[in-house]
Design a protein around this ligand. Structure first.
Ligand SMILES: Nc1ncnc2c1ncn2[C@@H]1O[C@H](COP(=O)(O)OP(=O)(O)OP(=O)(O)O)[C@@H](O)[C@H]1O
Ligand SMILES: [Zn+2]
Length: 702
């Protein structure tokens, strides 16, 4: 947003009054209000549409004016496409290229004066762009380009001018095309998965697709669930993570009458929310925002190349000046201008990254920007979460055991009851139980609110009593319900390698549900490939029992396993590895994996993972395929190699050409051809990118 999209009328600490012309558009105020109110520290947003005025009250302890304005700038109110991705709009035009080719073809046929006019028409846009850059941004590559082309033309070297212009234009065109292709694909891949919503209808909680919720309806959102609509809290207290919406990965507290935005994930507590905005418009904004965030991050490599490129511009100017002072030979000066190689440096790196991102995306891996790719290439240690990552995200219920014989309850009744609670949780275990009940056509059993204690289990009031389902640790140590009497049954099931859910009421143990998790078929291959790709330490952490973790560790020849890890310990384990000097990647899927995903040098989320995991991660798999992790690493290494090669080649070759030009050994045409030839070669090399050796390419839709 340019400065004229708003004007500060009055500013005090904690209060800001602005004039925002775009408020004139209908609906603009609402979206801006949501955007601003979703930020911690904003206390009140008042909009007067007729006066185009916006008053913001905020807590200066939490938010600075600059930060607030930055937030405001992201969302230009009024235009529906305000949050559209920059640079991803239209196809790059080929008109300049066609004009170039035509000019070059016509030139020999024209009389001399007409040649001058044609050349001027052809290179005009470069000259204007150069002047514009000089005025607004200072001495940049565009200025040198204009100088080189302009100097050639003004000295009557019309062919040199036109050929140079053509080569420069071709480079730009290629760059824009890659940029666009990959932006489009990324945008499609980032579209959030449809969410489900629990709404109150006729006094009952029913689950419906998030996009069917109507304005004014009351929703109930529990731990781990994504808030499907924009709304106002009517009851409850909760911590909400808005990473997927604002990119800020810190949970914030929400209670009545605060607003919540679609796409936030509830991490703790429970809320009743009145839907105030539903459907398309709630999601478009967050998707666009999310993508912008991902695409905007520039990597260290790129920053380095940019800096070097900017310095080169001065070096070139200086050399040209010196040459002129010493030799008074304008031809040499012209040759020097034409060799400036900052453009190859500047174009090569982002193009290679974009092409790498594109490659990765077509292999089912969404990498959020060049920086993430760079870090993926830099790790030497990879930590895997077990459930849903090394094992299939789908588990299978194998046994349902009724422990309390006096109750006369059947296995089916037990399963139906547990499934009715698990329906409200988001864990691979709960999904498996729900699925098992569905297969057996079991009826839903009515119950009160379900409490979900992350990494422990669920509980709720039923007509009879309070029911608790979860890990043995949860039931025994938190609830004081002991299963010691049933040790034999439990031991037998565990020996079979099964995972157990413990079911109890406040009166004592009721039953067990045994589940089998199977190792992914591609787990072993993936780990072997990762080792071959330079990851020399493979670690697994799991909330499951130590014995189970160890036996899996042996099967997969992992370097280390940690069982019975509490969620908050996951991030700590990663930090410990980092203190040993390791560069650590983490692959996970759960809502409790968020901190570990953020703590790691690079966080990778599985495709079926919780929304929060996908939001916190730097890399998200888009297919449920573990091998994609190895593909991604291969692509990252390949891309970094391409960038290095390009960098060395650019610097080496062009330094040679530059020396030739300084000595006066190269004519301007020769140096333009050599130089631009190198630039094009660099671009093409970058564009071809790093393809993983074999494997099917996933054909993109559309
Ligand atoms: N929704 C749930 N319902 C019942 N029990 C649960 C639920 N969520 C977690 N638990 C219990 O808490 C334990 C720890 O959960 P957590 O998600 O930390 O680890 P995990 O399932 O073993 O997976 P991972 O290997 O990914 O760490 C689970 O093994 C399970 O017994
Ligand atoms: Zn505990």
């Amino acid at each position: 947003m340019t400065a004229n999209s708003y004007r500060i009328l009055h500013a005090l600490p904690g209060r800001l009054r602005l004039r925002v012309p775009a408020l004139a558009a209908s609906g603009a105020g609402e979206s801006l209000r949501y955007w601003l109110e979703s930020h911690e520290g904003v206390e009140e947003v008042r909009i007067n549409r007729a006066a185009r005025s916006l008053v913001l009250e905020y807590d200066p302890g939490q938010l600075t004016q600059a930060r607030l304005l930055e937030r405001l700038e992201i969302c230009v109110p009024g235009s529906a496409d305000a949050l559209e991705i920059r640079g991803a709009s239209d196809d790059p035009s080929i008109t300049p290229l066609v004009r170039n080719v035509l000019t070059l073809m016509l030139l020999p046929l024209l009389p001399r004066p007409a040649q001058h006019v044609a050349t001027l028409l052809n290179i005009g846009s470069k000259l204007i762009k150069g002047a514009d850059t000089l005025i607004h941004e200072g001495v940049k590559v565009e200025v040198l380009d204009a100088l080189a082309v302009g100097l050639s033309a003004s000295r009557g070297k019309l062919y040199t001018a036109n050929i140079t212009d053509f080569l420069l234009t071709l480079g730009e065109y290629l760059e824009e095309r890659t940029q666009q292709q990959s932006d489009r694909l990324l945008r499609r891949l980032l579209r959030p998965a449809p969410t489900l919503a629990w709404v109150e209808r006729d006094g009952q909680l029913v689950q419906i697709p998030g996009d069917r919720v109507e304005t004014g309806e009351i929703l109930v959102v529990g731990v781990g669930e994504t808030i499907p609509v924009d709304g106002r809290v009517v009851e409850g207290v909760a911590l909400v993570n808005q990473a997927a919406v604002t990119g800020e990965d810190v949970p914030i507290a929400r209670e009545a009458p605060k607003r919540v935005v679609a796409g936030s994930v509830l991490v703790e507590g429970r809320l009743r929310i009145e839907a105030t905005r539903v459907g398309e418009d709630t999601t478009t904004a967050r998707v666009a925002r999310f993508i912008q965030e991902s695409l905007d991050k520039s990597s260290d490599t790129q920053r380095m190349a940019d800096e070097l490129a900017d310095k080169r511009v001065y070096l070139t100017l200086g050399s040209a000046g010196a040459v002129y002072a010493l030799t008074r030979d304008l031809t040499r000066v012209q040759s020097v201008f034409l060799v400036d190689y900052s453009c190859a440096l500047k174009l090569g790196t982002p193009v290679a990254f974009k092409s790498g991102l594109y490659q990765a995306a077509s292999h089912g891996v969404l990498i959020k920007g060049g920086e993430a790719m760079e870090r993926l290439g830099g790790i030497d240690t990879l930590v895997f979460d077990k459930t849903g990552t090394l094992t299939h995200s789908e588990l299978e219920v194998t046994d349902v055991v009724v422990l309390d014989d006096r109750s006369g309850e059947t296995e089916e009744e037990l399963l139906a009851m547990v499934a009715s609670l698990e329906e409200h949780a988001t864990h691979p275990l709960s999904q498996a139980v729900v699925e098992a009940a569905r297969e057996r056509d079991l009826q839903h059993i009515s119950h009160g609110e379900v409490d979900y204690m992350v990494a422990h289990g669920v509980s709720a009031e039923l007509d009879c009593c309070r029911i608790i389902v979860g890990s043995r640790h949860y039931l025994e140590e938190h609830e004081g319900i002991h299963f010691r009497r049933h040790e034999a049954r439990i031991g037998r099931l565990l020996d079979e390698g099964k995972t157990l859910l413990y079911v109890a009421s406040e009166h004592g143990p009721m039953g067990l549900i045994a589940l089998r998790d199977t190792l992914r078929e591609d787990a072993e291959t993936t780990l072997a490939r990762l080792r071959a790709l330079g990851i020399d330490r493979l670690v697994m952490i799991s909330g499951d029992r130590q014995e189970k973790a160890e036996s899996l560790g042996r099967t997969l020849s992992l370097d280390r396993v940690h069982g019975e890890v509490r969620p908050e310990e996951k991030a700590e384990l990663i930090a410990a590895l980092q203190r040993e000097g390791r560069k650590v990647g983490f692959v996970g899927d759960g809502i409790n994996d968020g901190p570990a995903l953020v703590a790691a040098d690079v966080g990778i989320a599985m495709s079926r993972g919780a929304d929060l995991a996908r939001a916190s991660a730097d890399i998200v798999l888009t297919d449920d395929r573990l091998l994609a992790v190895a593909d991604a690493r291969e692509i990252a290494l390949g891309t970094l190699k391409v960038i290095r090669t390009n960098f060395n080649a650019t610097v080496g070759i062009n330094t040679g050409i530059m020396a030739g030009a300084l000595m006066g050994w190269l004519s301007p045409v020769a140096s333009a051809l050599l130089h631009n030839g190198t630039t094009l070669a660099v671009l093409v090399h970058a564009l071809r990118g790093a393809r993983p050796a074999e494997r099917e390419r996933i054909v993109e839709p559309e």
